[in-house]
Design a protein around this ligand. Structure first.
Ligand code: AGP
Length: 611
C-alpha cells in the first residue's frame, strides 16, 4: 500500500506534490521520489530510501521544478526499500508511479529482457514503464501505447504517468487500487486518497476499476479500458477535514485497519496464489519440495499477537502436514538453548520485522544450523533480511498499536504455507488443493458480512465497558483466538482479561466465575462442539455471564439471543480469521467508551525493538 500523487496546473507543483505525499505517508514510508517536467521540457527525478524528510533534504540540494509531475511514498512489496527500487521509475520520456501488485511482472520482464530491454530495479513497477516505452516506440501514439500496456497487466494497479514529450499532459489508470481525481478551475490532482488533495480542493472524481484518465491543462477524459467507453461523472464534494481523511473517515487507525482486513487478506493470497491455475507459489521462501520432505520438526517463534498466530499454525501444520510443531515465545526460546539441527525448520512471525526478542530467536536458529524462515509484514525489515526465506503478508502499514489486519493476514499466510506443504509432500487430507484455495477465495466475502453489521458488538461494549475482568474460552484452533481476544481488550481498554482453553477451566480459572464475570465463548460446529457446550453449562451454573460467538445459528444452550453473535461457517483452519473480527471490534468499542488512547495505548509501542 503506497501513496501516489500527480499534479498538472498553473502553479509550481513541487510543494503541492510533497505536501500530498506527507499526507499519505501513513500508507508507506520506506522510500520516496518525485518526477517533474520543467520549463525546459526535461524530466527531473529525485528519489531516496527512507522517510519523506530524506527526500525533502535531497530536494533542498537538488531542487526540481515544474507545473506537471508525479510523486510516490513507498510500502515495499517487490524489491527491498532502496533508492533504485523507489518510484518514480523511468524509461524513455516516461516517469511512472504505481501502487498495487503486478502479478505477471516476472513473465513480462522475461519477455522484455529477451528483446534486450534492461532493468535497474527489482520492482514489479519498472516492468510497466519499460512496457509503455516499448509500446510507444511500436505504435507511435501515446494514448494507444498506454492502453496496450495496461491491457497486458494482471493484478492491481493505480498508476500516474508523466511524459516529457507531452509536458501538458498527465495520464492515470486504476484497477483494484485506490485513485481519485481532484479538480479546481485550472488544476488537476491525482492521489491514492483524499488527504493528499484536501488542502487544494474538495471536488473529487472517483475513478472506477479498469478506467484510464487522460488529462491536459484544459480538461480530462475518462475511458473504460475494456471497451473504450467514455464517462463524464459529476464530481463529488468531500466534507472531511485532513485528519479525518487520513483515517479515511474512521475515528481511529485501528478501526480503519479492522475494516481493511478483507482487502488485506485478498492482497496476501493474491501475491502467492495463481487463481487461474489454483497453485500456491512462495517466490521468496526458498523452501523447495526436497526440503519440505526433509524437515522433521517445526519451531514457530514470535511475540504478542504474532505468537497467537503461531499457535493457530500449530493446529494447521500438524493437522494438514502431520509434522510435529513446537510454538515458543521468542523471549523464552532465545534463552533456553533450544535443540535445533538441520532437520528443523525455525519459522519466526513478526508484523514489524524488528521485534528484538524475535530477531534474537532467529539468530539462535541461524547459529544452530536450523532452516530459518520468516513471515513478515514489513519488506526490508531486519528479520526479513536475516531470514533465509520470507513470506510477506500484504496488510500494508499497520499504524494502530493493537495489531488487527497483520494478524488475520498472518493466519492466511500460514494457511497457505500449510496447504502448500501438505500438497507438495502428498499429505493433503480429504480434498484437493483447489478446494482449499476455493475456501480461501470465499473468506473475504464472509469477513465483509461480519464487518457489515456491528450492532450486536457495540451493544455488548456499552453493556460491559465497566466490568473489571473478562474471560475468553475456546477449544482447538479457536483457543489462540480466545487468547488474542483477551490481549486486544487488555492492551487498549486496560480491562484485565484472560483467554483460556475451555478444557482447562475446571483446573483453576472456574474459581473466578461469578455474576460479575463476563465469559466470551467461541463455539464452532464439529468434534469439540459438545465439549464447549458443557463448559458453557459449567459457567452458567456459577452465574457467569455468557457471551458467545457461535457458528451457523444461535443455540438455546448459550442463553438469550442478544448474548450471541452468529459467525458464518468456514473450514476449521479459516474460522479463526472470522472469529477474530468481532473480538477486535468489541475491544475497540469498549476502549472508545472508556476513553482510552486507542491507537497509542499507554505503556505500549508498535514495535518492541529494545531487549
Ligand atoms: C499486538 O497488538 C501488539 N502490538 C504486540 O503484542 C505485538 O503483536 C508484538 O509486539 C509483536 O510485534 P511484531 O509482530 O511486530 O513482532
Amino acid at each position: 500500500m503506497c501513496g501516489i500523487v500527480g499534479y498538472i496546473g498553473p502553479e509550481e507543483g513541487r510543494d503541492i506534490l510533497m505536501n500530498g505525499l506527507a499526507r499519505l505517508e501513513y500508507r508507506g514510508y520506506d522510500s520516496a521520489g518525485i518526477a517533474m517536467v520543467g520549463p525546459d521540457r526535461r524530466l527531473q527525478i529525485v528519489r531516496c530510501e527512507g522517510k519523506l524528510s530524506g527526500l525533502q533534504y535531497k530536494l533542498n540540494d537538488n531542487p526540481v521544478t515544474g507545473t506537471v509531475g508525479v510523486a510516490h511514498t513507498r510500502w515495499a512489496t517487490h524489491g527491498r526499500p532502496s533508492e533504485v527500487n523507489a518510484h518514480p521509475h523511468r524509461c524513455g520520456p516516461f516517469a511512472l508511479v504505481h501502487n498495487g501488485i503486478i502479478e505477471n511482472y516476472a513473465a513480462l520482464k522475461e519477455e522484455l529482457e529477451a528483446e534486450g530491454q534492461r532493468f535497474e530495479s527489482q520492482t514489479d513497477t519498472e516492468v510497466i514503464v519499460v512496457l509503455l516505452d516499448r509500446e510507444w516506440r511500436r505504435v507511435k501514439e501515446y494514448k494507444q501505447a498506454v492502453r496496450n500496456t495496461l491491457k497486458k497487466l494482471r493484478g492491481s494497479y493505480a498508476v500516474v504517468i508523466v511524459n516529457e514529450q507531452e509536458p501538458d499532459s498527465l495520464v492515470a489508470a486504476k484497477k483494484e487500487s485506490p485513485l481519485i481525481l481532484g479538480l479546481t478551475e485550472s488544476a488537476f490532482f491525482l492521489a491514492s486518497d483524499v488527504p493528499a488533495i484536501l488542502p487544494y480542493t474538495r471536488q473529487v472524481v472517483y475513478l472506477n476499476d479498469e478506467e484510464v484518465v487522460f488529462i491536459s491543462r484544459e480538461g480530462y477524459s475518462i475511458e473504460s479500458l475494456p471497451d473504450g467507453a467514455q464517462r463524464s461523472p459529476k464530481p463529488h464534494q468531500v466534507d472531511w477535514n485532513p485528519i479525518m481523511a487520513e483515517k479515511a473517515g474512521y475515528k481511529h487507525f485501528m478501526l480503519k485497519e479492522i475494516f481493511e482486513q478483507p482487502r488485506a487478506v485478498i492482497d496476501t493470497f493474491r501475491s502467492v496464489v495463481d487463481l487461474e491455475r489454483k497453485e500456491v507459489n512462495f517466490p521468496e521462501l526458498n523452501l523447495d519440495k526436497d526440503l519440505l520432505n526433509k524437515i522433521e520438526r517445526v519451531f514457530i517463534v514470535a511475540c504478542g499477537t504474532s505468537y497467537h498466530a503461531a499457535l493457530v499454525a500449530k493446529y494447521m501444520l500438524e493437522g494438514l502436514c502431520r509434522i510435529p510443531v513446537e510454538v515458543d515465545l521468542a523471549s523464552e526460546f532465545r534463552s533456553r538453548d533450544p535443540i535445533l539441527d538441520d532437520k528443523v525448520l525455525l519459522l519466526v512471525i513478526s508484523q514489524s520485522g524488528e521485534t528484538a526478542d524475535t530477531r534474537a530467536a532467529l539468530k539462535e536458529g541461524l547459529d544452530k544450523g536450523a532452516y530459518c524462515r520468516a513471515i513478515v509484514n514489513v519488506v526490508g525489515s531486519s528479520i526479513a533480511r536475516m531470514a533465509q526465506g520470507v513470506i510477506y503478508t500484504h496488510a500494508g502499514p499497520e499504524i494502530g498499536v493493537a495489531s488487527t489486519k497483520a494478524f488475520t493476514t498472518q493466519l492466511v499466510a500460514l494457511y497457505l504455507l500449510a496447504i502448500h506443504w501438505a500438497a507438495e509432500t502428498g499429505r493433503l487430507p480429504g480434498k484437493s488443493i483447489e478446494q482449499y484455495i476455493q475456501d480461501l477465495i470465499e473468506l473475504p466475502g464472509k469477513m465483509e458480512k461480519i464487518l457489515s453489521d456491528t450492532t450486536r458488538v457495540t451493544a455488548w461494549a456499552r453493556k460491559f465497558k465497566d466490568f473489571k475482568d473478562f474471560l475468553y474460552l475456546a477449544r482447538g484452533p479457536l483457543y489462540p483466538i480466545a487468547l488474542e481476544g483477551a490481549l486486544k481488550l487488555k492492551e487498549i481498554s486496560y480491562i484485565h482479561a484472560e483467554g483460556y482453553a475451555a478444557g482447562e477451566m475446571k483446573h483453576g480459572p472456574i474459581a473466578l466465575i461469578d455474576a460479575e464475570m463476563p465469559v466470551m465463548v467461541l463455539l464452532k460446529h464439529g468434534p469439540l462442539y459438545e465439549k464447549m457446550t458443557s463448559n458453557i453449562q459449567e459457567v452458567k451454573a456459577r452465574d457467569g455471564i455468557i457471551l458467545a460467538l457461535i457458528e451457523g445459528e444461535p443455540s438455546e444452550i448459550v442463553g438469550p439471543a442478544e448474548n450471541q453473535l452468529v459467525i458464518h461457517p468456514a473450514s476449521e483452519w479459516l474460522s479463526p480469521v472470522l472469529f477474530s473480527l468481532p473480538l477486535q471490534l468489541l475491544a475497540y468499542h469498549v476502549a472508545v467508551l472508556r476513553g482510552t488512547d486507542v491507537d497509542q495505548p499507554r505503556n505500549l509501542a508498535k514495535s518492541v525493538t529494545v531487549e
